[in-house]
Ligand binder design. Sequence first.
Ligand SMILES: [Fe+2]
Length: 357
Amino acid sequence: MSYSTGTEKNNAGPPPIPPGSFDEEEHKLYGEDSGYAGGADEGGRPTSFLPIDIDCLKLDEGAPCDLYTLNDTGNYTLFAGKGLPVDADRVLTLTDNGVEKVFVPQSEANLYFIYLKRFLEETVHSPRYSTARKSRVVHAACRDIMARVFQDPRAPFLQHAVDIIQTTVDLLVHDGSATRHLVHLTEHDPLTYIHSTNVGIFSIALARVFLGADAEREMKSLGPGFFLHDLGKTRIPLNVLYKKGTLDPSEWDIVRRHPGDGHDLLEAEGFLTDESSIIVLQHHERDDGQGYPNCLPASEIHPYARICRMADVFEALTSERPYRKKLKTFDALKLMKEKILTDIDKDLFHHFVRLFC
Ligand SMILES: [Fe+2]
């Protein structure tokens, strides 16, 4: 792929981060040595980009890093230079033309995620924004960071993910109508990071009604486990993960390893908590003892894992799969009740159905 920038600044590479700024501190902590370095050509111009959601840009304020658009011929064009205002009218023109993504150089992705966390915090806690707007930004931010985490599940990205998930839980706990908005925003897609984002949101929403809004601390500690339950899928080869048709026994063996792999990845990166350990390891266990990886009996399956499994099954049924069409909400819930979740707690299912009323 090629691109055009049209600015001297880009030919000279990104400008230095202002000394002493918060950005500098975090950038040192999670800087280029931590996996953010992206490709560049001989002129120092970026060749590798991270797509970001246009809803995650603060309008009429300085861009956190160079922002690009991608045209029909595969060329990246500079849209806003680092530090220059993100013009609201130009963004509106893009969205009017159906553009949903802009791009940041991979080498500047860290700056973008630092900016995103602040923007998200401000948005969620500001009385100026509607719940609908807050929900859109939260969902977009979760998608952006989950896409990065599933590309490279290492500590710097996991830390950004945990921070963004905490703000998401904040919104769901403190704004009762946010659940309704977020549930309707879940666009069902077979991509693992979108599936994981949706399962995270459904699970927190279900935990909120099941545990009660008073259990705020409990839900904050559950959030990362719900969002990262399928992290082990990053170790499944793509030809198996997205295979059309039935998996053979050896491919099933690979798939069945993902709860244990996810647990090991989180442990290796220092992000394993008691709650995430339970959720990641047990989210495919079944009360009839037919689940995996450990065929646990019902008495040993934690309610946190049951919450995640319910959200996971619903999300899978309502997403297009290579081997079948997606189901509508009502049909998915009916199938879950009658055929799939016959082993699971009826009270929990009742609470789940109420999320859609
Ligand atoms: Fe899974």
